[in-house]
Structure formats: structure tokens, C-alpha cells
Write a protein that binds this ligand. Sequence first.
Ligand code: TXA
Ligand code: MG
Length: 365
Amino acid sequence: MEATKTHIFRINRENFEIMIKAAARIIKDGGTVAFPTETVYGLGADALNPAAVMKIFRAKARPADNPLIAHVASRRQICEIAEEVPACAFDLMDAFMPGPLTLILKRKVVVPDVTTGGLDTVAVRMPDHPVALGLIRVSGTPIAAPSANRSGKPSPTTAAHVAADLTGRIDAIIDGGQVRIGVESTVLDLTSPTPTILRPGGIGIEDIRGCVDKVKDAGGARGAGDMGAMRAMGDPGDVASAGISVAKSPGMKYTHYAPETPMILVEGTPDSVTTSISRAIAEYHKKGSRVGLMMTKETAEQVSGDENLILCARNDPGAYAHNLFGSMRYLDSLNVDVIIADGSIQSTGVGAAVLNRLRKAAGHQ
Ligand code: TXA
Ligand code: MG
């Protein structure tokens, strides 16, 4: 790919309008702009311009059959790109838009094949972030945007993460600071007979159940998600003898959200998790390996590795989400030999999304 100059727009209250105008100009001209949303940073281009959308796939090295989410700033815009919008979609919009919910709907023909990966459906989401909404409004078009990471890397939660992955490959980055939520939106398919969660995310499945009569979970909330049910035990050794499930890296096939360092996830009751983590640390130390830990503060009171990151309290999955991807990137930068992640968090609400991302990062093999 030919190198492009990547402009950085450091946006603040004073320069907001000028920065949005400059970035929107790039979108209208068919360029690519990374921007903050409430979930993660997105890499945007005009969703209705096939040549512009192709640039996203090239910049990320993303497989062409993986469809993009069209980001909108109004319901009118949803109805411009989606057909046969069911009544429950409007209830969901009332409850969760703007917010971290993506709806899969029948597409209209204005949406090009590159955007939808050739599917007859389109994913729509209204982000709850003033920069994202401003950019969409001023650009005057829906903006296709996957997470602004290189394909396979953890999603970016700061402009620095975007710059590390995509400098020289995209036209601009709007730096709006660290994002609020830290994991991606919940993807809900409204085109199947029963609404189906394809990916757990910022909105808990319990909240969606409160709004739609019947909701199916495609497995994502339990961890398989858009990869299919690929959960296996790997080679957990004596860690498994504690009777808990351990997913082990390196994941050869599935590299979603993965740090470069091999990662293992330890799940189970709080006690079994602490026991297993300390045993695993001892094993790694015997081999001379350096261990990085991503932990809850309760676990950190019992164990310690060579690098220790405390992300949250067990009953606060929101804080785990907020720190998740940044912690993976940070531990990668410290050159540890293995990352052990503490899976002893509450699995409700955004906790389901956190566990899903951890399982994927740990490889599932
Ligand atoms: O929070 C988010 O959703 C972030 C921010 C930037 O909005 N975006 C994001 O995009 O996570 P991406 O491309 O990394 O993930 C979109 C997910 C993918 O799993 C994709 O396969 C699925 O949504 N998706 C998109 N369009 C779809 C469609 N028509 N049918 C089924 N799944 C679809
Ligand atoms: Mg992504």
C-alpha cells in the first residue's frame, strides 16, 4: 500500500466545528477518517461510496467478506438505507439510540456491496459521541466504520492506538481522548425470525430482553459469538485439574482482538481462579518465562506476576471493559512471554462482552 500522510485533528470544545468540518471534507471527498465513538475508535468512510469503503478494507487488511457497520446520526438516515424496518426496531431505537447497539436490517439498494460484504442486510448504529455524530451530520452521509485497528489486533480505545496501527495508511485521525465504554457495540440481527444477538457488547442482553419479547443468543454472550462454537480446552495441564475452564493461546486460526503475546484466560469461581493463576505463574517461572497479569483487585490481593495490571473490582465489569484493550496493548509493549487474564468477573451486562473478547483473545483453540 502506498503511504499516505495521516493528519491528526486534536479536537476540543473551542475548535470543534472547524475540526469536524475539515474531517467531513475528507469523508465527502472519498477519504478515510478515524474518529472516537463511545465504544471504540472507528475507521470511517462514506458508506455509499464503494471506492471510499474499499480504502477501509485496504488500510485494515480486512477480509472483504466481513461487512461494515453504517453509522448514522438520525432515524431518517436509517430508513434511507434499510428496508422493512420492523416495529421492534423502533422500540430498540427509543431505548438505546444513540448508544452501543447495532441493528442488522434488510438493506436498500443504495448501500453498495462492499459495505455489506455482498449481504442483503445492512448493520446500522447511531453512536453516542458528539464527535462521531457531528462528523456524520456534517458529512451528510452514513459513515461505514469498523474498529480502527489493523485486522486481528485489539480494538483501539485511544487515538494513539489508532496511530500505532494505521499511520501512513489513512487520511486522518480525530483525537477525542479515551473512549468511555471500551468494548464494541452489541450486534442484534432483526432479519432472522427471532431477534438474535450476534455479538455481545456495550448493551447487556438482559437490557435487550427488557425491550424485545424473544431474543436468541447466537452463543456470543457465552463467548463463541461470530466465530461459532469453537470453545475447547486446549492443553490446560494441571490448571484444568482445578475443575475450571481455561482457553489457551496462541490461537492459530482466530486472531480477533488478540495481543501479540500468547494469552491464557482463567475462568471459574474466585477461589479456583486465584489458585489456578498462582499455579500457572509457578509453572511459567520454572520455565524462565515472564508473566504479565490482567486482574481484578480481589485476585491481585492473592497473586502477583512479573507485570501486574489491576483493571477493576470483580463486581465492576464496566471498568474491566474500559481498560481491556489498552491493557492488552500495554502488556504487549512490556515484552512479557505470556499474559494471564483473570476471568473471575461478573458475567452480566457488559461483563458478557468482556468475557467474549477475552475468550477470543485467548484463542479458543
Ligand atoms: O462499537 C462498534 O460496533 C464499533 C464502532 C466503531 O462503532 N465498530 C465495530 O465494527 O466494532 P467492526 O467492523 O469491528 O465489527 C462489526 C461487526 C462484525 O462482527 C461484522 O461481521 C458484523 O458487525 N456485521 C456487520 N454487518 C453485518 C451484517 N450485515 N450482518 C451480520 N453481521 C454484520
Ligand atoms: Mg473490529
